[in-house]
Design a binder for this molecule. Structure first.
Ligand code: SAH
Length: 399
């Protein structure tokens, strides 16, 4: 099958030949005359040799998102079935299913499906489409999901701001197939009983990527008091309570997340333990509290991405540093800071430096115990280093 041809400038094909899926606007010499956003195009180098086949979008700086480097691979039902089956097989080859019934099945570019996210909450799938190209493939994706997984249902949560850069105005949500999911879908995560809010929750309803870090906290929390900053549905505190924490305080700016948080706290809280929720801006809250000295055995700090563009890196590092300095000042002697950054622009080394500077500012001596990234259902393709985003440090705090 032939798709309209797009030609690259000389010497612009190397990263795509090495497996990176993105072709930026500056690399394009000549585009197909009539190509519409979301069309599939064939990409050639300046010698007219085939490079890849992918989604075209002239609205996006990422002009083409490569789907395959095999000129014989047709982008149709069989393609989606194969890629989704591969992604599912990657998860099945891990021990994830022993620990949880909720996991990411498709992680966009990192699974060879640019712009597509699929999360599985105990058989209820949530689908999220980020790009104009994927938007056209909804029917093929649904057919593939039915073939590979026979899910209880597929619910769409494509209400993401990034669609704007793709020229997609509409942000579709709603049931695409199967039964109506319950208001809170019950999931198991490493011994904790949690709930995902598929309808109103952030992202697809739950933050699966912190699973391993929540479980590690569970194993360190017996008898401890916990402050959970940027708490969302209280996953970290729910695990801490499961592990025997005596008291937790969850702080988030959006009280809409509290019904799910309450569910999660109560489902794991031992008798006699106390679990409070507070609606507040964490930045102002810790700024105020830090002056009053240490008061928690464990402080968890998991902010949303604090930067979007590369040129904001320096400024964002300053914000992360101040936030972590204040968080460190709240930790009791011998206690624990659990701190994360989910911005892919902040490198592992950058985040290490943030914690180093924060400790100097807070006048504490941290001991980094672990330095984790996202878990096996968010795998990394080394050809696509942009897919690395989560960093989480557990540090013991000595005063
Ligand atoms: N740790 C959570 C995920 C956190 S997501 C988990 O394990 O599930 C980040 C959260 O930060 C979101 O719930 C968002 O509402 C909240 N948030 C964003 N800005 C905030 C601010 N300035 N103060 C408090 N919370 C904020």
């Amino acid at each position: 099958m032939n798709y309209p041809p797009l030609y690259l400038r000389k010497n612009s094909e190397r990263t795509v030949r090495n497996g990176h899926p993105w072709i930026f606007s500056g690399a394009v010499e000549r585009r197909p005359k009539d190509a519409q956003n979301g069309d599939i195009v064939d990409v050639f180098d300046h010698r007219d040799t085939f490079v890849c086949r992918g989604f075209y979008n002239k609205r996006s700086l990422i002009r083409v998102r490569s789907l395959t480097r095999d000129p014989d691979q047709v982008i149709g039902d069989a393609f989606f079935q194969q890629r989704i089956a591969e992604a599912v097989a990657v998860r099945r080859a891990t021990d994830l299913a022993h620990h949880t019934d909720a996991m990411r099945l498709v992680h966009g570019e990192s699974d060879g499906l640019p712009g597509l996210i699929i999360d599985d909450y105990a058989g209820y799938l949530v689908l999220q489409i980020h790009t104009a190209g994927m938007e056209r493939q909804r029917a093929a994706i649904l057919a593939a999901l039915d073939q590979v997984l026979a899910p209880k249902s597929v619910y769409e949560r494509s209400d993401v701001g990034t669609r704007r850069a793709e020229g997609l105005d509409d942000r579709p949500t709603g049931l695409l197939a199967g039964e109506t999911p319950p208001e809170f879908v019950a999931i198991q995560e490493c011994g904790a009983r949690l709930h995902a809010d598929l309808y109103r929750g952030q992202k697809t309803g739950f933050f699966l990527d912190q699973r391993d870090n929540r479980f590690l906290l569970q194993r360190l929390a017996a008898g401890k008091t916990v402050l959970n900053l940027f708490s969302y549905s209280a996953g970290f505190s729910a695990h801490a309570l499961k592990g025997g924490a005596t008291r937790t305080l969850d702080v988030d700016i959006s009280p809409q997340v509290f019904p799910a948080a309450r569910h999660n706290l109560d489902a794991n809280r031992p008798d006699g333990a106390r679990a409070d929720l507070l609606a507040a801006d964490v930045f102002a809250f810790v700024d105020h509290l830090a002056d009053q000295g240490p008061r928690y055995d464990i402080v968890v700090c998991d902010p949303p991405s604090l930067l979007r563009k590369q040129n904001q890196l320096k400024q964002a590092m300053g914000v992360y540093t101040k936030l972590n300095r204040n968080a460190l000042r709240l930790v009791n002697d011998g206690g624990l800071l659990v701190t994360a950054s989910c911005s892919n622009r902040v490198s592992q080394e950058d985040f290490f430096q943030i914690v180093r500077r924060a400790a100097t500012g807070a006048r504490v001596r941290p001991r980094i115990l672990t330095y984790n990234q996202h878990p096996a259902d968010h795998p990394v393709d080394p050809a696509f280093p942009d897919g690395r985003y989560l960093k989480c440090i557990f540090a013991q705090v000595l005063r």
